[in-house]
Design a protein around this ligand. Sequence first.
Ligand code: PLP
Length: 456
Amino acid sequence: MNLYHDLEKWDKEYVWHPFTQMKAYRESKPLIIDRGEGSYLFDVEGKRYLDGYASLWVNVHGHNDKELNKALHEQVEKIAHSTLLGSANVPSILLAKKLAEITPGHLSKVFYSDTGAASVEIALKIAYQYWKNIDSEKYSQKNKFISLNEAYHGDTVGAVSVGGIDLFHRIFEPLLFERIPMPSPYTYRMTEYGDAEAVKKYCLDELEKLLKERADEVAGLIIEPLVQGAAGMITQPFGFLKEVEKLCRKYHVLLICDEVAVGWGRTGSLFACEQEDVVPDIMCVGKGITGGYMPLAATITHDQIFNAFLGEPDEHKTFYHGHTYTGNQLVCAVALKNIELIEKRELIKDIAKKSKHLEEKLNILYELPVVGDIRQRGLMVGIEIVKDRTSKETFTTKENIVPDIIQTARQNGLIIRELGPVITMMPILSMTETELDQMVEIVYRSIQTVTTSLSL
Ligand code: PLP
């Protein structure tokens, strides 16, 4: 019996992979992971890969972290799960207290869920109901949300509704509620407006125009702070988020910061919105909250919003939302330990330093003519690949060389991923500078191999 061949056969027979063109997948040689250690993943045949994607942007301290393992074991020996419906549990209380302490401003009320998308659904429902709870007549029109072009907030129907990536959303259009789109400051592709400052001004002016006309209809504005990840790592000009916050305040629109991708140190501060001294009304966190161990997300808000949900039963102010595993003990225990380790290991300080190092290292990629733009915030990187650097012409979907580069990188022992024409790197946050160098070197070599083979 060949273990790999059996697993490959069963994988192709039984598993429907997320975001995957299954026809192509069934013709490919799947990577079947067996175990992880530190910054590395190992497949079932024993080959080692640097995890340059942090196992879908989640891993914080590396795989098989002994302290996280221990926290999980200790909790499972006590209890794996009991419900938050009508009762409480120790880890979910301690974690909520901790989240209230470390999140910006007076965010202090924590609603748990299991995925980033659910945390967004919850934020949208809370924002919508908040206005109804405080004055259902006065705010009867406040039913819509503003979100950015190319935004990504997850894949449940509400989260898709506020998303802006056509590829993921077009087919579901009839199921979605209407969003109000605003321009995203994609500086590299908006040179007709000028430099980053001019692009920022254009987007903010457009937002203000929208708000002047339609703020009465808008319950909230949802934004990925600092970087629009799934859009291809679109980095926002400095000060953009702060101005968005000011406009939300001026026009009485709730600000929802979706920190699912950028939270937990990814951009160099524990939460991205802290870098611009922004305090959202509602914040969504997920992914790295458990250090990449288990599915957990949270929607966190302040007292003013929470208090609007307090009322007598006949006032119908209750927030009717919940999931079976909301506040599960295992995930909360491992999240608590993750946060404790982020603090104990001084991870954030370390990321700021490593991010500078990575920035210098990444510049070498400009030696390769197909590299059009390098975008980075902290340990979040997008390399936009173009056919021609001067005209910024991209390869067509059929010609796109990025999937080949990703495959070549895999052969060279690095796992990264493409987002359309963009190579994205989201290394494990605890990676050493040497490992980050290794990641960039493999990317360099892989681009070179592919372009040389195509005589580009
Ligand atoms: N919000 C943002 C900004 C994301 O990047 C993602 C996932 O990549 C989500 C929400 C959805 O999170 P999940 O995949 O855990 O549902």
